[in-house]
Design a protein around this ligand. Sequence first.
Ligand SMILES: Cc1cc2nc3c(=O)[nH]c(=O)nc-3n(C[C@H](O)[C@H](O)[C@H](O)COP(=O)(O)O)c2cc1C
Length: 249
Amino acid sequence: MKKDYFSNRTTVRNYAKKHIPEDILDSILEKAMRAPTCGNMQLYSVIVTRDPANLEKLAKEHFNQPAAAGADVILTVCADFNRFTQWCEASNAKPGYDNFHSFMMALTDAIIYTQQIVTIAEMEGIGTCYLGTVNYNAGQISELLRLPDLVVPVASLSLGYPDNDTIDQCERLPLDAIRHYETYRNDSKDEIVELFKSKDDFDINKQFVVENKKESLAQVFTDIRYPESVNKTVSDSFIALLKNKRFLS
Ligand SMILES: Cc1cc2nc3c(=O)[nH]c(=O)nc-3n(C[C@H](O)[C@H](O)[C@H](O)COP(=O)(O)O)c2cc1C
């Protein structure tokens, strides 16, 4: 285990050509199941992809970003009310889990489980990277992984042994930015700009602004990384998937 893991952790996007043994992966997935779960229902499933041909297909749905294309394993964690619903039906109990609240419960469970995997894997020296692209192509990923009704992919992780020892940590906002006492402190724009100073002044971020020919780091986010048009398209396709998988009517 790395010393002071929590203060030193970083995402790892480049992996060595060394496989994670099956038993180690299984032990991580099993230990992570001790994570808190809504009503102890365990409303998640994890699809392990490590067959090279399947990895290639899945990485394509993640736009072949380096962490996906070079992964030893990709885990797709799904919000899953299928298993629980079927158990209810088999037990003469009427399930009522084809609705948005149930999706939120399963989503929360799935995300908590995923982060538990991240923590345990990283503490065991395995690098991980969330692939937010799971939302962009959730429909195609669902088809590829043959997900049934009431099962929706909500988090993807690439895993592998890091290909180098040290990775520069990126910045975080100061604690003052995110901690509020008792009630929400609605900071003024000037105060917020001050809280973001460390982010604006971070060398790599300054480099992004120059490389992308933008005026500010915020513009890199609004115009390039997470533009409104993409956010709306991804929202529409995800809502369509929730309807298709019967979480929404
Ligand atoms: C929901 C979510 C989606 C993410 N998606 C991606 C991604 O698609 N590609 C990537 O390289 N990193 C991705 N990351 C990793 C973040 O970029 C990373 O956590 C952040 O920049 C902070 O870096 P650190 O984890 O090294 O502290 C994602 C993280 C989260 C929580």
